[in-house]
Write a protein that binds this ligand. Structure first.
Ligand code: CP
Length: 307
């Protein structure tokens, strides 16, 4: 297979295991390019990509922009906080105005689940979902699985525990889809209030004891407590969350086994993850960020090739 089955990347739910393998093999090649003295290839010359972000981002936005520039695409950046959205312009008007400037691909982050799907139905450009509310964050899941594959040789057969605020996390849902498509076993762990009831129907294990989750898994993907999405209190205090669900080095030392620690960022240090874990030899957090550029190069390159 040399072409993706889709011309948009809206979610991991919509793509096949073969698509994921193709993205990984292409990312392997781009990772090699990124380690050369000249880290640039002409693959997307004459392609114009708009990064339109209606929500804050550090990693995803910089990573997409670097990926686009490494592929020699022309890049324009749009941030809703400094745009005419503030004057009441609609999403579709905003995007149509950007497209009338001959943009070929749109990378979009939006707080509303389904916003990229709406765009894909209404405009002709390729759409990449860079995170839609609490729904999906497909390139994060791809770079997470790519990083597990790099660290452990394969994703199939591995046990991955996703620990933290599952309820508000688009990373959790995309990771569950991606890891299952690649043959991993998945567990979610967190307080009852932060695990949606429908999670069991996704075929994952559910655990509320973080030490048991750590004992079970090969990889712990630790998620941020998303206070900005919480309209009510899901736990009494951050101090209590940290006491019962925060991961520290003493817990890892008690395991007496190898474990890989991941986090999509940004980290609430001292809440879900202590610095003695985030900065330890168990952590591959910065490798995840590094791999994000190669994986996003692969996604953009492959989508550009789908007619
Ligand atoms: N992991 C992630 O999506 O980080 P940003 O919100 O900084 O893009």
């Amino acid at each position: 297979m040399s072409q993706l089955s889709t011309r948009h990347l809206l979610g991991i739910k919509d793509i096949s295991p073969e698509d994921i393998q193709l993205i990984f093999e292409t990312a392997d090649n781009f990772k090699e390019v990124l380690n050369r003295p000249i880290k640039k290839v002409p693959s997307l010359r004459d392609i114009t990509i708009a990064n339109i972000f209606f929500e804050n981002s550090t990693r995803t936005r910089l990573s997409f922009e670097l990926a686009e520039k490494r592929l020699s695409a022309d890049v324009v950046n749009f941030s809703s906080s400094t745009s005419s959205v503030k004057k009441g312009e609609t999403l579709i008007d905003t995007v149509n105005n950007i497209l009338s400037m001959k943009v070929d691909m749109v990378v979009m982050r939006h707080s509303s689940p389904g916003a990229p799907h709406f765009l894909a139905r209404n405009i002709t450009a390729n759409i990449v979902n860079a995170g839609d509310g609490t729904h999906e964050h497909p390139t994060q899941a791809l770079l997470d699985a790519f990083s597990i594959r790099e660290k452990l040789g394969d994703v199939a057969g591995k046990k991955i525990a996703i620990i933290g605020d599952i309820l508000h996390s688009r990373v959790a849902l995309s990771n569950i889809f991606c890891l299952q498509k690649l043959g991993a076993e998945v567990m979610v762990c967190g307080p009852t209030t932060l695990i949606p009831k429908h999670t069991v129907s996704l075929g994952v294990k559910v655990e509320h004891d973080v030490e048991k989750a750590l004992q079970w898994c090969d990889v712990a993907n630790v998620l941020r407590i998303q206070l900005e999405r919480q309209q009510i209190k899901y736990f009494p205090s951050l101090r209590e969350y940290s006491l019962y669900f925060g991961i520290n080095k003493k817990m890892l030392d008690r395991l007496d086994k190898e474990i890989v620690i991941m986090h999509p960022g940004p980290i609430n240090r001292g809440v879900e993850l202590n610095s003695d874990v985030a900065d330890s030899e168990h952590s591959i957090i910065l490798q995840q960020v590094e791999n994000g550029v190669a994986v996003r190069m692969a996604v953009l390159y492959l989508l550009a090739g789908v007619k």
